[in-house]
Structures are given as structure tokens and as C-alpha cells.
Design a protein around this ligand. Sequence first.
Ligand SMILES: C[S@@+](CC[C@H](N)C(=O)[O-])C[C@H]1O[C@@H](n2cnc3c(N)ncnc32)[C@H](O)[C@@H]1O
Length: 280
Amino acid sequence: MLVLESMEAELSDADFRRFSGLVYTASGIHLTEQKRELLRARLRKRLRALKLANYRDYFNVVTADGAEGELKALLDVVSTNKTEFFREARLLEHLRDKSAPGWLASASPSSVFRIWSAACSSGEEAWSLAMVMQEAFKERGEFKILGSDISTRMLDKALGGLYESRHVSSIPSAYFEQHMEPSWVEGQEAWRIKDSLRSKVAFARVNLNDASLPFENPMDVVFCRNVMIYFDKGTQEALVGRIHSLLRPGGWFYIGLSESLLSIRHQFETIAPSIYRKPL
Ligand SMILES: C[S@@+](CC[C@H](N)C(=O)[O-])C[C@H]1O[C@@H](n2cnc3c(N)ncnc32)[C@H](O)[C@@H]1O
């Protein structure tokens, strides 16, 4: 009965303000009025899961002391996780053909090229980066990739490295043959990232809205694509500043092809659309 009621529940103006404020504070995701129906549909999943009758009750649950787990679940349902292997491949090619060889030319034998795939969703971006880096450093050179996201559900998938057949069709055939092996998901044919690539990639939960990013060593490359579109200008500017600080001088910063840093203040040099560099 309660479940049925929750399916009918209205998201009032006050509910919308409460939830959009909470999501903004917790993640930087700015839910505009146009996202109201989307928010309602997504919150309904949590109401159903918890067998709650209305959004007000759910707000009380998610903001109660010790409800960090439910807050993570809320951020899981409100985040948009669309991604694919070799998305915006032009940027991966730039990494493989320009940034990585440039670094290798002056690197000492013991140095490691460090890449951060910020907001990696279900991992396709991080694994695609690993595939192109394996090629870029096939003769010599060490690299490590960190994939991070705010969504623990997406990170579990990323770490599993197991993808349905329809999700791997965008991997170019040479990379596919080298790095994927057949497997099964719930009786369906699927593809798994081979172990040889797994040691190169780690995953961790990082909230890009946190005031300090949890990295000890500077990064050589940051990919932060198709996530800043969900943030307002102030949040974007603060994040780009933090990314600038954690890159080494000469490090590269890649954003999505439909994004730009034009409207925000930053200290990067623009190399090409969506490709930026921290001055030496
Ligand atoms: C549309 S996906 C982009 C994935 C990938 N970068 C790409 O371009 O294909 C956006 C991702 O950003 C994540 N995200 C949203 N807000 C975040 C935050 N504050 N911190 C970390 N990740 C966040 C979402 O969980 C989602 O997986």
C-alpha cells in the first residue's frame, strides 16, 4: 500500500527546493527547474526501495544523523552516468600521440606517468585510457591511471571491468583483441578487461566538490569530461583551480568536446578545443 502511494506522491515546490539544495551541497550538481521531473522519477526509486510514502519522509531519512550511506544512494540515483568506450576518441589520440610521448622523451627511467580519469562513471573512460597508454608506452615507460567517481554503484561496475556486448562495440578492433576476453553476465555473452590491463588502473570514490582532492603526488594528465556541465559556474571555477594545483607544470587537462573553459577564470594555456596545459 505504501509503495503504491509513493508512486503517486507529488514532489512539491518545497520538496524540490530541499532536495536540490541537498544535492548541490553534497555534490555540486545543480538541478534546475527543468530537471524537476527527472528528480521526481529518480527519487521514487529510493522511496520504493525504502518503502516510504512521500518525499518529505525520505528527506528526513537522508538527512538524519549517520545517514551517509543513504546520501551516497541518493547521489547514485541523481547522477547521470552516460559514457562509452573511446568516447571523443580525438582526445585519447592526442594523449597517445602528443602528451604521452612528450613526457616520455624527458622522463627518467624510474618515473611514472600519472593520469586521473575524474568522474569515470562505469569505467569505460579509464579503461580506454589504459588501452591507448599501453600502446603509447609499448617500447618503454610506466603509467598508472586512477578512475574516480562519486557513485559507488558505478565504481563497482568499473572495478568489475565486465561489459555487455553492446557496450564494447566502440572499442577499435586492435585494442579489443588485445585487451578484452569473453565472459558471461546473467547468462548473456559479455566481455571482460584482461588481467594484463588491470594492474594499471585503480578506482576510488572522489567527490569533485570536496574542497581538497586526496592526492599526494602531482598528476601528469587529468581527464574531466562531461561532468562540469552539471555544475554551476562557481563550482566549475573552483574545481578547475584545484585541478590546476594538482597537475605538474606542463601537465595536460582534457575536458569534454561539448565543454569549454571560456566562461570561467583559469590559469591554463589553451592548446586546442577541450585540450589545456598548465604552463611550465
Ligand atoms: C556523464 S558521466 C561522464 C563519464 C565520463 N567522464 C565520460 O565523459 O564519458 C558523469 C559522471 O560524473 C559523476 N559525478 C557527478 N557529480 C560528481 C561529483 N561531484 N564528483 C565526482 N563525480 C561526479 C557522475 O556520477 C557520473 O558518473
